[in-house]
Design a protein around this ligand. Structure first.
Ligand SMILES: [Zn+2]
Length: 233
């Protein structure tokens, strides 16, 4: 029997990763969304058009709020996803904060389903880094990386503060067959990635190319960030 499709959830993933999964596994890769507090996987899922995740609004009422003011945002704006369960009996949940940052798409879907769609998850409200005053989501770095096949999809961000200024180090790996310790040769690969990150995120990272397998591989949820700044000082 041939595998035709896969459903991927649990961690935010990008369109670049979808492309890679579909090309390498010869399947259609669909996004699925869920959280333990609501029902586990299946709070929403993508339809055949792969254009946003339909949320099952007859079971779970979704809202998007500003994570700082806790007020609802205007329709279509990004913010934190909040759910109220409509059918749960033993453990009803009212305005549960998921910490997932996304937006709701109210336009009619080509598939004909009327359930609202959720855009890709940008990150978590507690994952968001503020570096030099700019909001940075690790998922943005991941999205940039997947556009450059010379690099592995692994990365690690270290943020620190030196002389009252934030430092932003980004460790990445070239694919093993392309690895070179020569900084000049590395720069040929790094330059276009650097420009892409600057245009997407708005600040300049200090990119460091590690040796193959220099970034720790994780079996569960990957850890991507170390924030060494001490804001109590
Ligand atoms: Zn649809």
């Amino acid at each position: 029997m041939k595998l035709k499709c896969g459903f991927f959830g649990a961690e935010p993933w990008t369109e670049g990763m979808r492309k890679e999964l579909e090309e390498k596994l010869h399947i259609k890769a669909y996004d699925i969304y869920g959280l333990t507090e609501m029902c586990g996987p299946g709070v929403g899922g993508e339809c055949e058009y792969q254009d946003g995740t339909h949320l099952w609004e007859d079971m779970f009422f979704p809202e998007i709020i500003n994570p700082e003011t806790l007020q609802p945002v205007a329709p279509g704006e990004f913010g934190e996803l909040v759910f109220t369960s409509l059918c749960k009996e033993a453990m009803p949940i009212i305005r549960y904060r998921t910490r997932d940052l996304t937006r709701l798409i109210y336009d009619k879907c080509k598939c004909g389903r009327t359930a609202v769609r959720m855009d890709r998850i940008l990150g978590r409200s507690d994952d968001m880094l503020i570096i030099r005053g700019v909001n940075v989501f690790p998922s943005q770095i991941e999205a940039c990386l997947t556009e450059f096949p010379a690099f592995q999809p692994y990365y690690f961000i270290t943020v620190d503060r030196k002389n009252n200024e934030d430092t932003f180090d980004l460790d990445i790996e070239l694919r093993a067959e392309l690895y070179t310790p020569d900084p000049k040769k590395q720069a040929e690969y790094v330059k276009p990635l650097f420009s892409q990150i600057v245009s997407m995120v708005g600040i300049k990272p200090n990119i460091r190319v590690l040796e193959p397998y220099g970034i720790e591989r994780s079996m569960g949820k990957a850890k991507h960030v170390l924030d060494k700044r001490d804001f109590t000082k």
